[in-house]
Design a protein. Structure first.
Lengths: 205, 205
């Protein structure tokens, strides 16, 4: 794409170019971090921002499980695959992003205009599927939120989720992604991988 | 939460407050739209922004299927549930957000440093699951992108996805969300529904 076309397209957005860069164009998944800590207050600010993004029937099943104690970190490391173990060992903050399969318990408060909402999710398998789907949407928002905090995220699916659930989480939480969070080290990323062209991803009927 | 705490937490973010509002705090899922059109160029600008957000192994399975012709719109409306039908009938732009189960075909180009990537997805069921998971992450990014374009999104899961797939999509695409896109009408939204408190969603181990 020519520079001309790219600048025209940037102008079609209401979001300012520096914010576009912060969240998408210059943001990268980090593989290594500096020692600078990430605080629970920063995670709270991220949650306080991204909680407003939409989920189906306002179900909000995402749970952000911060792995702060040495004991929890060691338990988690056992279940990380290959090179993800080293990344997770050295990251200043690690979160297990999980789906709460008991999300329906809060619907009388979070979807109050439809009193039958909770009963729609009586079936365990369908409820877990809804929990995983909506939590995954929220993981997308959360990754954007980490970047909005000026931090780098290193999201990973390469881990033994059954082992993580058994060793670290209560039975109603199902791990989906483990994300390292911090300030990127100098050698934090590989080269940017190619993205699909517009005409490969956008189809008109 | 007190005003004081809220302003402190906003200051913990690198993203400017007006951008926080545009993408999250003031953005809402719209139920009605003005007649102002949404162009394919605007959708291209959204895609050109959100394509950079991460997916597992750079799989990028999301396909944005724009429902532009009258014939396609009529076919889609038949499969929308209840009040979603009226919203979709009147929206200036409607997109079916779908997962491409043939995403692995592009991995030799999009994940070139690992020649075995495509073969990891030989199993049809596992590949469809990976397609749906990563496309759902990308749907989260896309909704943020619609808002970055100064537009309102109305994402919906209330439709017959099997019918949509059969009537509108090629066999390798699986519909996940239908999203209406436009400028919000005066009566575009209901009251903001409650979000979970920090201590309900963020857990420390």
């Amino acid at each position: 794409m020519s520079m001309f076309v790219e600048s025209v397209m940037t102008d079609l957005l209401a979001l300012q170019p520096d914010a576009q860069d912060l969240l998408f164009r210059e943001a990268r998944s980090a593989n290594a971090f500096t020692d600078e800590p990430v605080t629970e207050e920063q995670v709270a600010a991220i949650y306080d921002l991204v909680k407003f993004a939409p989920t189906a029937m306002n179900t909000q099943p995402l749970r952000v499980v911060l792995v702060r104690s040495d004991d929890a970190r060691q338990k988690l490391l056992k279940h990380m695959s290959g090179s993800n173990r080293d990344k997770t060992e050295s990251a200043p903050m690690v979160a297990i992003l999980a789906a709460d399969t008991d999300f329906h318990e809060t619907l009388p408060r979070t979807f109050p205009h439809f009193p039958g909402a909770k009963d729609l999710f009586a079936d365990d398998a369908a409820r877990e599927q809804a929990a995983r789907f909506n939590a995954t949407l929220q993981i997308g928002y959360f990754i954007v939120g980490v970047r909005a905090a000026g931090l780098a995220a290193g999201p990973m699916t390469g881990f033994d989720s059954v082992g993580v659930d058994a060793d670290l989480l209560p039975p109603h939480l199902k791990s989906i992604v483990v994300v390292n969070i911090g300030h990127p080290a100098e050698n934090a990323w590989f080269d940017r991988l190619p993205r699909l062209d517009h005409d490969e991803a956008v189809i008109t009927l």
